[in-house]
Design a protein around this ligand. Structure first.
Ligand code: PEP
Ligand code: MG
Length: 554
């Protein structure tokens, strides 16, 4: 038995064979053909099949990840209709009597070189699309296509990390668990795993060996361990763990529809965090009371260019409509730091986590910000929208943001475009400065949402991306709990409500503490909603309050 330790991003236990996902590029065999006409016909058939495949992927992606993320497949389809591209391939076949695979590969190389030499960053990035599209045609021609999971049975997917275009190709029914060598808890794989509520591990160093392909394994998403070729004792232990987890899940189902109220009548709203439209299914299945954080930057991250106002409008409208009048808090784009987007062309920074990110980009480039705000305001008539702004550190930033919001409203008014007059506005509290001036900020805003991931990083000066920081990054640190308490006290004085949307919100060891402090809302990964509700129902705040607060307050 081989044991590999990773880090849990989604709990649970899965038994099954390993499928090592590799993205080897197909090697093209160069050969001469007798009839260029037959070879051109073969190329045309492969081109048609590739377009069909992309069409199906587009339809599938629209349903699963929304229109903005699906667009890439439509762009790839259009590339396959590009006359220069087609003519170049046909000319190589006709003039040199070369096989179609070679003609596609040579054309691809020429186009890639041409794009890469361009000044415009957007055009340079198109080279990756040409490679992707050509690779698809070559795979069809050489019979090595298929993509997705090469197995009839469900598998544990092992990969370095996965791109969205790769994950949407997988048949979800066939995925038992994800284990990646790289990745972070906000990587696409992690988000997908949490949304599907299947066990997932990241940082499992040493897992990516071809020899593991097909071997039986057990993923323990509670401890972050994968056992390859497990022995009988481990299998029996894990089977028992799985049985208990299933029992617990069934029991939690009974809490659906039950209000999240403590024994002594204190209500706390339990909402869900999402990264895209795809996640709504699990949000509703877990009976979240709303969406406390939609990380809208994923619309930008999964796109090859700035998502237009209409594309964004489509995504926001879909989420608001699906949530049927439950509150949806959309956080405006939080690009920068670990979430880099090439087409933003941001200068390289020494300390990107403390650089031009999130609201700083929006204030420096208001045209990008306004496009997003227009899309949000237009979509607001389809549900209960709230908007929040990330990485606020000073009052002037909020004043400026609110001025821009007013400008957008005036523009929409003059264009006769309707929007809701009841949109709540709030900001993230994720810098120590924002926590310290929360009394001032709260005068301008309806709500705060505490981003404990960044608040911890900045308060403790401990990089959240660094897996080796260990004990220095203590998420239960008194400084964090005191900050949360101070923010709630300051906010409530001005009638501003406070939620927590960082990972700490889902920490069951702190649910009592958050209730004792008087936090109004917790927004967590969808599968954590019901376990927290259970804890809330079991708590009598009047009984624990003094003891819990005395742990971090004098
Ligand atoms: C946070 O910082 O806690 C947060 C919720 O935002 P993100 O993790 O997206 O930075
Ligand atoms: Mg943050």
């Amino acid at each position: 038995m081989i044991t590999i330790q990773g880090k849990t991003v989604c709990a649970g236990v899965a038994f099954g064979p390993i499928f090592v996902f590799s993205r080897e590029e197909s090697t093209v065999k160069r050969s001469h053909v007798e009839s260029s006409e037959d070879e051109i016909a073969r190329f045309e058939a492969a081109r048609a099949q590739a377009k069909d495949e992309l069409g199906s992927l587009y339809e599938k992606a629209i349903k699963e990840v929304g229109e903005a993320n699906a667009m890439i497949f439509e762009i790839h389809q259009m590339m396959l209709d590009d006359l220069d591209y087609i003519e170049s391939i046909k000319n190589i076949i006709a003039d040199q009597l070369l096989n179609a695979e070679t003609a596609v590969a040579q054309t691809c190389d020429n186009f890639v070189a041409m794009f890469e030499a361009m000044d415009d960053a957007y055009m340079r990035e198109r080279s990756a699309d040409v490679k992707d599209v050509s690779e698809r045609v070559i795979k069809i021609l050489s019979g090595t296509g298929g993509g997705g999971i090469n197995s009839d049975d469900p598998v544990i997917i092992v990969a370095d990390d996965l791109a969205p275009s790769e994950t949407v190709q997988f048949d979800k029914e066939k995925i038992l668990a994800f284990v990646t060598e790289g990745g972070s808890s906000s990587s696409h794989t992690s988000i997908l795993a949490r949304m599907m509520n299947i066990p997932a591990l990241i940082g499992a160093k040493g897992i990516l060996l071809k020899e593991y392909d097909g071997k039986q394994a057990i993923v323990d998403g509670f401890t972050g361990t994968i056992y390859i070729d497990p022995d009988e004792e481990t299998s029996a232990k894990m089977a028992e763990k799985l049985r208990r987890a299933e029992e617990q899940k069934k029991m939690l189902q009974q809490l659906k529809g039950v209000p999240s109220v403590t024994k002594d009548g204190q209500h706390i709203e339990i909402c869900a965090n999402i990264g895209n439209v795809l996640d709504i299914g699990t949000v509703l299945a877990n009976d979240a009371e709303g969406i406390g954080l939609f990380r809208s930057e994923f619309l930008y991250l999964e796109s090859t260019d700035y998502p237009s106002e209409d594309v964004q409008f489509g995504a926001y409208k879909e989420i608001l409509s699906k949530m049927v009048n439950k509150r949806v808090i959309v956080r405006t784009l939080d690009i920068g730091a670990d979430k880099q987007v090439d087409y933003f062309n941001m200068p390289k920074e020494e300390n990107p986590a403390m650089g031009i990110r999130a609201i700083r980009i929006c204030l420096q480039r208001p045209e990008i910000f306004k496009t997003q705000l227009r899309a949000l305001f237009r979509a607001s008539v389809f549900g209960k929208l709230a908007i929040m702004f990330p990485m606020i550190a000073s009052e002037w930033e909020i004043i400026k943001v609110l001025e821009i919001v007013d400008e957008v409203k005036k523009e929409l008014d003059s264009e006769g475009i309707a929007y809701s007059k009841n949109i709540e506005l709030g900001c993230m509290i994720e810098t120590p400065a924002a926590a310290l001036i929360s009394d001032i900020l709260s005068k301008h805003l309806d709500f705060f949402s505490i981003g404990t991931n960044d608040l911890t990083q900045y308060t403790l000066a401990a990089d959240r991306q660094n897996p080796d920081i260990g004990d220095f990054c203590d998420t239960h640190h008194i400084a964090i709990l005191r900050s949360i308490n101070m923010v709630v006290r300051n906010a409530h004085k001005n009638g501003t409500w406070v939620g927590i949307c960082g990972e700490l919100g889902a920490d069951l060891e702190l649910t009592e503490t958050f209730l004792a402090i008087g936090v109004d809302e917790l927004s967590v990964t969808p599968s954590a909603v019901l376990p927290i509700r259970k804890k809330v129902l079991e708590t009598d705040v009047s009984q624990i309050k003094d003891k819990v607060l005395s742990k971090f307050l004098n």
